[in-house]
Every structure is written in structure tokens, then in C-alpha cells.
Design a protein around this ligand. Sequence first.
Ligand code: DWN
Length: 409
Amino acid sequence: MRITTCRSSGSQELIPFLDLGVTPLADALVRPDQLDRPEPRFPLELAFCPESALVQITEDVPPEQLFVDNYLYFSSFSDHLLRHAREHATELVRDRRLGADSLVVEVASNDGYLLRNFVDVGIPVLGVDPAPDQAAEAVAAGVPTLVEFFGDDLARRIRDEHGLADVIIANNVFAHIPDINDFTKGLGTLLADDGIITIENPYVRDLIDHAEFDTIYHEHFYYHSCTSIQRHMRRHGLWLNDVRYFPDLHGGSLRWTVGHHDERSETVVRYLAEEHAAGLDSIDYYTEFARRVDAIRHDLLALLQQLRSDGATIAAYGAAAKGATLLNTVGIDTGLVSYVVDRNVHKQGLHMPGTHQPILDPSVLLEDRPDYVLLLAWNFKDEIIAQQRDYLDAGGRFIVPVPTPEVLS
Ligand code: DWN
């Protein structure tokens, strides 16, 4: 169903600025026995709302289809992400003086990758995640988890049963919720008066400035800035009080800290002023981006076609959601990239959505020795290059697709 009003402000003025065509769901990996069946495809288009300053997709895909039926994203397959989560938990325990009478709630807690750090030091936690397989792994790791979508109704039930939360963590979920107003209302319902909400998501400014168009997919309904977060929170009587930047997380992420009272830091004031000066609150900043995306799609396809016509063999690394967007919007079929490798054992043996490359274990790179490997999970470039030292020492080379397609020397 096509969305014509802003999901945050309700404004009718929603201005489309980037059309990536009709694509399959980026995390809907295909089983071998389904390869000949048609896959659900939806328009993938970005629009901007001047009132909320929120960038959002214009297609409404049922969240059950995105996050429940066979959702394969497990947070624990990245050492970098696990380290980042551990550092965050340690800081929160220290700064918020958490203890045995505290409550930490994480929405989209996945396989317990973050909450387990609080469990280890005896701090009561509660995870919320609708994906049954990830929730089961969390429970097995000692993280109590509700297998549900979060919203105001669930927030009231949690408050009545467990009490108010001193900390609510929402990492990589604030982009993923069709009804962002009900979700935020629930955050306010559940948060203790002196509590904090920490929200982490890729930063729309990095997406635009570094042309990270492959991070656009249907499970990412929104692409946030400090301006859009602040306007959204004020509409719910909450305050954006702090922001912290992580350049090496998912291509550039922000962690926003929100509370019931106005305790804005100088950093928030600076970010809001810089975003206004750069134009993140006006449509012109976004329309120029579309032209750069077209150039990258053309240049990457030409590079791969040239390498193949020169007789080179090409594989890819990372059966990531962003990888599905890249392969499908550039037109990279198995004639160009023959297979994808990925450490996530739940993805091995399946095929990429739309283009159908088989997903294999990374050890294949040393056995098969493709001349090039297209780095679909470029956000983990350093970790993956360090891990694939033997492949590189044997003469293999990585291709990074964004912000400009290049062969790493
Ligand atoms: O919001 C989301 C972002 C944060 O993560 C989720 N909705 C979906 C997911 O997007 P993604 O699939 O693009 O995420 P990743 O974590 O960038 O995907 C990386 C892929 O690479 C995973 O399938 C794991 C794999 N991997 C690997 O095979 N070897 C990752 C590392 C670090 C490795 O060493």
C-alpha cells in the first residue's frame, strides 16, 4: 500500500526524491526449493516531509512479513557490534548507577547480544523482539524476552507487571516501525521520570553524504536526523537531550538520548544548527543525492562487466540486507557475481533475494579463489579484511561499492 502522508507528523506534503524501482524484501533469503517461485516485490522509493524533516519510504510492507516469517538477522555475528554493545552497557551501568533494583528494557533485543551484559552483573532486564528464533536464543542466554512487537499497549503491560524502566534501549529499531507514533508513546509510558531512552540508528547525513543508497530497504521505514528525532520527540512531550556519533557503525550511526525533561546538551544544539546549515531540513539536500546514486549504479555495473569481460571471476561477501538492495538495484546477476559468502550459518545454503546467488561459508574464498570479491557488507570492511588476510595474500582483491566503486589495492 502506498503511503502519501508523513508517518510522524501526518502531513500531506510528502515529497518523493529517490526511486529505486520494485525490489524483493532485502532479508527474504530464498530457499533452494523456492527459486522458481515469484518473490513478493514492492516499490522502493524515498520521500521527505518538510514538517517533520523525516525521510521515509512510501511503501507499507506488513511488519510480520519483514521481521517474523523467517527473519535471519542475528546481531551476534559481528565481533565489532558485540564490542560496541558491551561498551554501551558498561557506560550505562556506571553513568546511571544501575543495580539490582533497576530495570533495563531493550526493544528489538534480537539474540540478547546486548542485554546479556546487564544480566552478567545482576541487573534486571527485559527484552522485546517479535522474531521467534532470535528471542529463543536470547532466552537460552539468560535474557527474559517477550516475543512481541512493541507499542503503547505492551508498554502498559510491562509497566504494570515489571514497573517503570530506568533505561530503555532501542538500537536499529527506530527505523523499522510502521506506527512510529504508537511506538514512541509506548517509550514515554514505560520510562521512569528520571530515566533515559537511548536510540541508535544509521545517520541519514552519512547515507546522503556517502551515497549509502544500499542501506535503503523496506524494513528501514525511516532515515533519521537529529532534527527529525527532536521534532518527533517534542510531539510526544519528550526531549532529545544528547547525541553521540559512531562513524564505524553501519556506515555512520548516531545514538540519541531522550528523556522526560529538557536537559539538552551543547552537542545537541550544535548538531541541530549544523543540520540546518547543511539543509537536512529542506528537500534540495535530498534531490541532489538521487543523481549521485544513478552515477554509482552505472559505474559499478560497468566495472563488474569490464572485469568479467576481461575473464575475471567475481564473488561477494556479506548476505546483508544492504547487499540485496545493491544487487537488485544495480542489476548484478549470477553472470557477474556467482555466489555470496557469509558467516551467519542461518543464511548459508539459501540464496540472495531477486538475483539468487547461493550463500556459502567464507572458507570457500580460499578454495575457489575468485579474482575479486564485492564487499556487500562494506560497513564491516576492516573486520572482514583482517579476517580474510589469507585470501588477500593469495592475490584476491576486494571491491568496495560505495561511495564510489573501487578495487582495494
Ligand atoms: O537495521 C538493520 C541493520 C543494522 O542490520 C537490520 N534491519 C538488518 C541488518 O542489515 P544488514 O543485513 O545489512 O546488516 P549487516 O550486519 O551489515 O550484515 C552483515 C552481514 O555480513 C551479516 O549477514 C553477517 C555477515 N558477516 C560475515 O559474514 N562475516 C559479518 C561480519 C562482520 C563477518 O565477519
